[in-house]
Design a protein around this ligand. Sequence first.
Ligand code: NAD
Length: 497
Amino acid sequence: MTPALDNTPVLVVGAGIMGTGIAQVAAQAGHPVMLYDARPNAARTAKSNLETTFKKLVEKKKFTTASAAQTLAQIDPIDNLDAAASAGLVIEAIVEDIEAKRGLLQQLEVIVADDCLLATNTSSISISALANGLAHPERVVGMHFFNPVPLMQLVEVVSGMQTDPAIADAIFRLSRSWGKIPVHARSTPGFIVNRIARPFYAETLALLQEQASTPAVLDACLRAAGFRMGPCELMDLIGHDTNLTVTRSVYEANFFDKRFVPSLLQQSLVDSGLLGRKTGRGFYQYPNPAATTSFTRLDFLPAHSQLWVHGNCAVSAHIARSLDAHDCRYQHITDSDWSGLQVDEAQLRLTDGRPAAQLGRHVAVFDLPLSGQNGSELAWSHAGSADPIWSAAAGDWLAIFGFNAQRIADTPGLVVARTVAMLINEAADAVQQGVCSEADANTAMKLGVNYPAGPFEWLDAWSSAAVIALIDSLDDYYRGERYRVSPWLRQHAWRQT
Ligand code: NAD
């Protein structure tokens, strides 16, 4: 079956936040839309909310009065599911409950035409499980929109075990014709975005749990790397209850794989009712969360006799340029096995995943600087036994290089390096397991959660050997199942040598 969906009547079931947005987008694309909700009057209320939205859009000149009226006229709130008989596509956006969704699909199956497609906007339930028991499981497909639907471009088109590939392709093309950017995903826990994003929260929660630093510093370091929000402020926005539920569902659906284990800190926040913005307190207090960090530029170089720049990467080139700008003499050892600055016998090294204590008392380590912006926060650390003169000077050298240096406890992989490495690793596993392609993982993470780059773009800019070394160091340090290098990454590294 290769259905033609152009201008087909669409039935949206569930007139909540998502269903209303989906109805709007389908109507804007020219489809006659029926909107149904089990709550009496909910569909009519949703339409009158859309009328208010369109009034504002007309005032802002995003729509003409005529096109707004035309779009609204396409949306028909209905009181009875029997009208589903005329639909070419049903998109369900009801409560996230497997029994409720299954019951609805079974009810719809006896009403709709044989060639009608059944799409679900579920964010976490297996498409294969939803299709199980239906007479035609091959026509059930995930059509996972992001909130707010009219603004977010990404749609994950999710195929279950029995989904007909031609139907997934038809939904993919339809999403594109609605102005969306679709990606294909295989139905596995979290699909693409909610799976690959887990380490963004998990690494910060792990650092907080071992008291490596504060939420404000960790957020600032990750914002400096280009993420629009830090993990703590983002979790406060999402709500710790919601975030814990997603984390738990991915953990349980992966048969309690320790890589996805929820954090005790997250559980404590939920237990205490500190759910984030909606309760006025989470990691931060609202409406005025604490100010973050400030940057003081240094104009003079710390005392030194001799300087060496080590390495042949963007970071060493940046250090060399900063020293040149200070008319400073140095030697450049391009074939060194580490990157950074050597000041007499002391070393300031770009993290390779080993904590400073493992490298010695004359070594300080700094985080991966992903953005070249002046004054960006950058984590660094040194061993507890470090030479005190060097430990004071190491932060000053980072300020000379234009970073707002943030000292954190001596933890492997610091903040950005370990987070980005684990995001890459998760994406690599998703590709290894046939969940998505590399290109679709990049697209999904940039559009679904606004990441500054896709995981495989970071990998191209870094190196698989460095990412593997970093995760292996985390594994050496923590022991356990969490820091497991994806087989895809090891294969990728071998292919490159
Ligand atoms: P919501 O609570 O705003 O709306 C759900 C609506 O479904 C309600 O109006 C409810 O009355 C109705 N409903 C419940 N059971 C029904 C049934 N059996 N038949 C008809 N209507 C029924 O929820 P939402 O945030 O719009 O989420 C809907 C779906 O979209 C869920 O599966 C959710 O996981 C998914 N989703 C949500 C988001 C998000 O950010 N909110 C993002 C992506 C996907």
